[in-house]
Design a protein around this ligand. Structure first.
Ligand code: FEC
Length: 306
């Protein structure tokens, strides 16, 4: 039986405070951040306890995927983790996969939406390294937000809150991107909106009951995709008679800095200052519905590749 490697690619997070310089420099494409930006980022990690739970969650997701694949196809697949901004880096993991003798690799980014800044960027790194290894087949999973189990994960949580009181609004959010990227034809915004529409429909939300906003914009002077999450939440409370905000951060699949700091600390404070309350929906982490979405994506890739 030919064994297949599943290259599970994720963002990565500093394992300890001392890793932040290298990590941040990689995110900035090799440019060391100014001290002020470094201090701000280190302070955000400190505020959530020093490090983010993302590393452990990525490992749990990989273990969950391996377990479900083993159950369905014993001995057929081996899951490897490759990270974008910290070790084990994607390129190193590919070297390891090739050395182990695999001839087929399925590239699965732990980011559900197609974008130059999400799935495509992971594949670009993988393909660059694979150019050293002719004869290895690489199957690229470009987006998987439309997996029914992924939609179900979010809509089931919302269904438990329906019917919403008239003073409640759901805000769906995803990471913002520089506007120029979207204007150049990136599909990210369209895909995120498609996902939100499917979740809202499955949960039975009317269009008046939810709003879309963009969170965690970078600290750069150029414009980013708007409206901003925090401004939107505050404005709903101040001007639209909304008292309760339900935050549904569909742009991410795991608890990370952008959830634990940007939503649980910053947004919560901003909502309270405006006079409202915030409830945040759970992220998928290693939930069985998330693992099912990943397994189905792997199987689709195999079917399409044959
Ligand atoms: O450690 C943790 O828990 C957080 C990990 C983390 C995830 C994540 C996901 C996404 N990002 C996306 C886009 C951008 C763009 C920039 C950018 C910058 C940062 C910085 C940190 C960071 N991101 Fe990230 N992101 C995570 C962490 N991200 C730290 C640097 C400080 C800051 O600006 O906050 C701007 C880059 C630049 O400066 O040139 C753009 C997108 C995602 C969701 C897709 C994915 O997960 O790959 C899009 C997790």
């Amino acid at each position: 039986m030919e064994k297949i490697a599943v290259l599970l690619m994720a963002y990565g997070t500093p394992y300890k405070i001392e890793d932040i310089w290298d990590y941040y420099t990689r995110i900035r494409q090799g440019h060391k951040p100014p001290q002020k930006l470094y201090d701000q980022l280190a302070a955000r990690y400190k505020a959530i306890g020093g490090t983010s739970p993302l590393a452990k969650i990525t490992k749990d997701q990989a273990d969950g995927l391996q377990a479900q694949l083993d159950q369905k196809f014993p001995g057929k697949f081996e899951v490897f983790i490759g990270l974008k901004y910290i070790s084990p880096l994607i390129a190193k993991t590919i070297d390891q996969i090739v050395e182990a003798g695999f001839k087929k690799i399925i590239g699965l980014p732990l980011a559900p939406y197609g974008s130059e800044f999400a799935t495509t960027s992971y594949h670009r790194v993988a393909l660059r390294e694979l150019s050293n290894y002719p004869g290895i087949s690489y199957y690229q999973i470009n987006s998987w937000w439309n997996q029914p189990a992924f939609i179900e994960f979010w809509s089931e949580q919302l269904k438990r809150l329906v019917p919403l009181t008239t003073d409640t609004e759901v805000i769906f959010s995803a990471h913002s991107l520089p506007l120029k990227v979207i204007k150049n034809g990136d599909t990210y915004e369209k895909e995120v909106r498609g996902c939100i529409k499917a979740i809202a429909k499955a949960a039975g939300l009317t269009s008046a009951q939810y709003t879309i906003a963009w969170q965690s914009a970078g600290r750069t002077p150029d414009p980013w995709l708007e409206p901003d999450l925090m401004t939107t939440a505050q404005s709903l409370i101040k001007h639209n008679n909304i008292n309760q905000i339900i935050s549904c951060s569909v742009g991410f699949i795991a608890d990370n800095l952008e959830i634990l700091y940007d939503i649980d600390l910053e947004l919560k404070k901003a909502v309270a200052i405006a006079g409202g309350k915030l409830k945040r929906l759970q992220l998928p982490n290693a939930d069985p519905l998330l693992i099912t979405s990943l397994v189905k994506s792997v199987l689709n890739a195999i079917q399409q590749g044959n």
